[in-house]
Design a protein around this ligand. Structure first.
Ligand code: FAD
Ligand code: EPU
Length: 339
């Protein structure tokens, strides 16, 4: 177990921001994590857990012990009904590797979440979602180490308080727990979810004759690669903002002013509006401001073309929030964790 001092975090965040951490160390097991937490140097500092660093924006050096989660291992437990399998994954597994593993085992439920960057342990934090599916749809429970007591605690589905890009770990439990494993219930008998827009078109284009988990996963990967910038080439953290949910009455007023505004009902009183559309309407799509900017194909994605400072990206995010507020009376909320 090596502890580095004044280490660059650039290789550990997909925005590619060059912030420094006071201390940096990896853990590969709960035991190693406990040892690290007992180290006097680590104890003296605040802690920041990082998985893949794909949902963070560093705006300053991190005066903390940054702990990189690398806990691996996947186990399967078939359920007595013969139709489901409980899959327990170490929290440091790469999320997409877990998806690929489940496809190999012909287990369904997370194929629509293919190619989402990051680790399994971070997935419950914001209840990752894509193409009509969210983590909560297969989630059973997780284990987490409580930092204050050092105890391992189990959180059930209900205790996680999942919502759209939300969980208890972004609210009351924020910064108090380190997720060490996650258990999902996957299916042996599949219900394919192709209801989300582009999936069906892509399956048709790819001339898929017989629907399968792998075919859906491949279609999702194809759509994602065509829409989202690859962080290995252009620094980014996916959608920078959440899609706002607004009152139906406001949506109807906006619809009369902007007939093209897209909206998806989430309840009888609320409508979800794509933030990408709102940002594009304010003229931001494709804007380049020196080393950072707004992606040319997806206005919801802020990008670092190389060498940008986190604060520049943050300033741009707040300019975008202001202009959307002025034009539409809607306040965007960042999805990315600004640190
Ligand atoms: P990190 O960025 O390392 O951490 C995120 C937060 O979780 C931090 O606050 C960190 O302290 C905390 N954390 C991390 N691990 C733990 C742990 N084990 N215990 C406690 N706290 C922890 N998200 C979606 O929901 N849907 C998408 O379709 C999607 N597409 C994306 C596309 C791109 C190109 C990119 C770059 C990102 C995308 N994201 C998407 C966002 C991101 O992939 C998810 O939020 C992912 O779950 C982050 O995982 P991570 O391991 O990288 O988390
Ligand atoms: N749009 C525009 N201009 C843009 C971008 C989008 O007009 O520049 C409009 C279009 O009308 C489009 C609609 O927005 O039809 C929705 O766009 P898209 O299908 O690309 O999805 P999104 O709402 O931008 C959300 C998630 C993604 C997830 C996809 C697919 C949020 C904040 N984002 O994006 O998640 O992958 O749907 O389900 O909910 C992430 O969270 O990081 C992320 C990438």
């Amino acid at each position: 177990m090596t502890i580095q001092r004044e280490a660059s975090l650039q290789p550990y965040n997909t925005f590619g921001i060059d912030a420094r951490a006071t201390l940096l160390a990896e853990f590969t097991s709960v035991e190693e994590l406990r040892q690290l937490l007992q180290n006097p140097e680590v104890q003296a500092l605040p802690k920041l857990i990082l998985g893949g660093g794909s949902n963070v924006l560093f705006t300053q050096d991190v005066e903390a012990a940054v702990l990189l989660n690398r806990i691996k291992g996947i186990t399967l437990n078939p359920e007595a009904d013969g139709k489901h399998v409980l899959v327990t994954s170490g929290s440091g597994e790469t999320w997409h590797d877990l998806v690929l593993y489940s496809l190999e085992q012909d287990l369904g439920g997370i194929e629509n979440l293919s190619l989402i960057p990051g680790t399994v342990g971070a997935a419950p934090l914001q209840n990752i979602g894509a193409y009509g599916v969210e983590l909560k749809d297969t989630f059973v429970s997780l284990e987490a180490l409580e930092m204050e007591s050092g105890n391992l605690v189990t959180f059930t589905h209900e205790q996680c308080g999942f919502g759209y890009r939300e969980s208890v770990f972004k609210k009351e439990a924020k910064g108090k727990f380190i997720v060490t494993s996650v258990t999902l219930r996957l299916t042996k008998e599949h219900t394919f979810n192709t209801s989300y827009g582009a999936i069906q078109d892509t399956l048709l284009q790819q001339q898929v004759q017989e629907l399968s988990l792998k075919a859906i996963s491949q279609a999702v990967c194809h759509i994602r690669r065509s829409k989202l910038p690859d962080p290995a080439k252009i620094g980014n953290a996916g959608s920078f903002f959440k899609n706002p949910e607004i009152p139906l009455a406001l949506f109807e007023i906006l619809k009369s002013q902007y007939p093209g505004i897209p909206g998806y009902p989430v309840s009888p009183e609320t409508v979800k509006v794509p933030a990408g559309w709102l940002i594009e309407q304010c003229g931001w799509r494709g804007k380049i401001l020196g080393k950072h900017g707004v992606h040319k194909d997806q206005a919801l994605v802020l990008v670092n073309y190389g060498g940008a400072a986190g604060n520049d990206v943050k300033a741009l995010a707040y300019e975008i929030i202001q202009s959307v507020e002025q034009k539409f009376g809607i306040t965007l909320t960042p999805e990315v964790n600004i640190i």
